[in-house]
Write a protein that binds this ligand. Structure first.
Ligand code: TYD
Length: 136
């Protein structure tokens, strides 16, 4: 899977004087069925998260509050995305190394995932990830 498949997706936004509303439906606004939701919060200044790739997991990363950067790497190309709006998500396909940094204070990173948590789906070593990319 290549980095070109990873892109920002804009969600519907219902604007209202009482506050805006956005929604995400699995298989419609994201290209997979949602099996799991997790979120990062209380991230201390200067912290980095991620630093792994997934073998089969599809994910969508949203800055629910505040902002942060996501750096994606398919082994050939690296791309940095800045997320700072809750009506945009970054779709990350399988076999992409990702790192998250530059968290603003009070930011919340929500991730929609295509499968339940499975440690066996991770590459936690970059050289191991690169070796796996070579034989694909
Ligand atoms: P990890 O995915 O390594 O987080 P990050 O890449 O942001 O540093 O997860 C951190 C820990 O949390 C790890 O021990 C696994 C656990 N975890 C779960 O139990 N369930 C989950 O859905 C996730 C995402 C992580």
């Amino acid at each position: 899977m290549q980095i070109q498949k990873c892109k920002k997706i804009e969600f519907p936004k219902i604007q209202d004087a009482r506050g805006n509303l956005s929604f995400i439906e699995g298989g419609i606004h994201v290209p997979f069925d949602i099996q799991r939701v997790y979120y990062l919060y209380d991230v201390p200044g200067g912290a980095e998260r991620g630093g792994h790739a997934h073998k089969g997991l599809h994910q969508l990363i949203i800055a629910m509050s505040g902002s942060f950067d996501v750096v994606l790497d398919d082994g050939l190309e690296k791309k940095r995305f800045h997320l700072n709006r809750s009506y945009y998500g970054l779709y990350v396909c399988p076999m992409i190394w990702r790192e998250l940094d530059n968290f603003s204070s009070g930011s919340v990173c929500m991730v929609l995932a295509s499968n339940r948590y499975d440690e066996g789906d991770y590459y936690r070593s970059y050289p191991e990830f690169i070796d796996a990319k070579k034989i694909l």
